[in-house]
Design a binder for this molecule. Structure first.
Ligand code: NAD
Length: 360
């Protein structure tokens, strides 16, 4: 284990710890993916339990016909965090990821960043951890089978999180592209999960207590119709996360008790777009804090209308920040100017030119 400088005052830091994609993979392998999912879920729950101490706003989007780029800032009064993330469903045709991201954690007192990290892998981990955390409060007791519709980049992480946090043993996978389901089954072959590849969404949800929809399409899609959803299931709806992009038929929403991260954002981006502005919802932080009820009956359909909220990314950034001293898997990024005299920024530039001249 390498001792890092992360615990030093930011003003003493001559560099910003930077976690590349390579190092994120090293970090996850060092700790184990299941343990990382459990750890991130714990950090998310901790931050949801201090919900009122956070500065909250819907994320800031830049839309294009192909997709969206979003900035997701939040702060707890001591630390500031943000994620840059995109969602471009058509990217996959060009061999590009649908979702990529990076993020920063900063000390509010000095304004200095204390972490700069990739967040493509971290988003998949936090989204899965967040889904499984919500399902712990909402899914039927002793759930063992999960249908997963949409078998792309997020799906493996979702399956592993539900195995780790809920004890799911069986996965029923469906994708319009069967090669995506074959890829998922191959990746999970040694995970301890039994994966069945299904030919239709109806087949996938057969016998499932939990239905995860995690498709990518920039339109009002109908991945689940009303007649497909029986009483008593928990729906983990991940893919409808942008204006004009939903996955469920409206009638399912009308039969469900809907749980959300931050209503102000979910009403713009989630399945909730399809309902009246005052349709009742329950905020997950209230359920975690014991101020609101989660699942109350066996017949109830619970729906987590997930869009992804800044506090989850803040928690994931905190998790990585705390992990780095244990693993040492980061680089020192020369991101901050540090002249000997803070006012002599230009002098530092002049001296760097003469240092380069001498080296030439
Ligand atoms: P991806 O492009 O890697 O995978 C999407 C999969 O869905 C593809 O395999 C595609 O073939 C499949 N698909 C598309 N339409 C389908 C349909 N009608 N039926 C069955 N399968 C279908 O994308 P990804 O990175 O896995 O992300 C999936 C979705 O999750 C995206 O919409 C993304 O924006 C969203 N997302 C949400 C959160 C959140 O916090 N809620 C976080 C990350 C990603």
């Amino acid at each position: 284990m390498t001792q890092s400088h992360l615990n030093l005052e930011p003003s003493e830091l001559a560099y910003v710890p930077f976690v590349s994609v390579d190092n994120m993979m090293r970090n996850v392998r060092a700790i184990g993916v299941e343990k990382a999912l459990r750890g991130i879920a714990k950090y998310i729950e901790q931050d949801f339990l201090r919900w009122e101490s956070f500065d909250k706003k819907p994320r800031i989007p830049a839309h294009a016909p192909q997709g969206v780029i979003e900035l997701m800032p939040t702060s707890d009064g001591k630390t500031f965090g943000f994620k840059y993330v995109n969602g471009h469903p058509e990217n996959i045709r060009d061999g590009l990821q649908t979702v990529t991201g990076f993020g920063v954690l900063s000390d509010l007192r000095t304004g200095y960043p204390v972490l700069f990290t990739e967040m493509t892998i971290l988003t998949a981990l936090r989204t899965a951890a967040n889904s499984a955390l919500a399902a712990k409060y909402l899914a039927p007791k002793n759930s063992h089978t999960m249908a997963i519709i949409g078998n792309g980049a997020q799906s493996d992480f979702q399956c592993l999180a539900f195995k780790e946090l809920l004890g799911i043993t069986d996965i029923r996978a469906y994708d319009i592209d069967s090669s995506a389901s074959i890829r998922l089954a191959r990746n999970l072959a040694d995970s301890g999960l039994n994966v069945t590849i299904c030919k239709t969404p109806e087949d996938a949800i057969e016998g499932a207590q939990i239905i995860t929809t995690v498709t990518a399409d920039k339109r009002y899609a109908t991945i689940l119709t009303d007649n497909m959803v029986g009483s008593g299931v928990h729906i983990n709806a991940i893919g409808g996360d942008c204006p004009g992009k939903t996955e469920l038929h409206k009638d399912i929403l009308l039969r469900s008790d809907i749980f959300v991260e931050y209503p102000e954002q979910t009403r713009i981006e989630g399945e909730l777009q399809q309902l009246a502005d005052d349709h009742p919802v329950t905020e997950l932080w209230q359920v975690y804090a014991g101020k609101a009820l989660g699942r109350t009956s066996e017949d109830q359909i619970t729906l987590f209308d997930s869009v992804g909220f800044a506090i989850e990314d803040f928690a994931a950034l905190r998790y990585v920040h705390d992990l780095l001293p244990l693993t040492g898997h980061f680089e020192k990024l020369d991101l901050l100017a540090d002249p000997d005299d803070p006012r002599d920024l230009y002098g530092m530039l002049l001296r760097s030119a003469s240092a380069d001249d001498k080296a030439a």
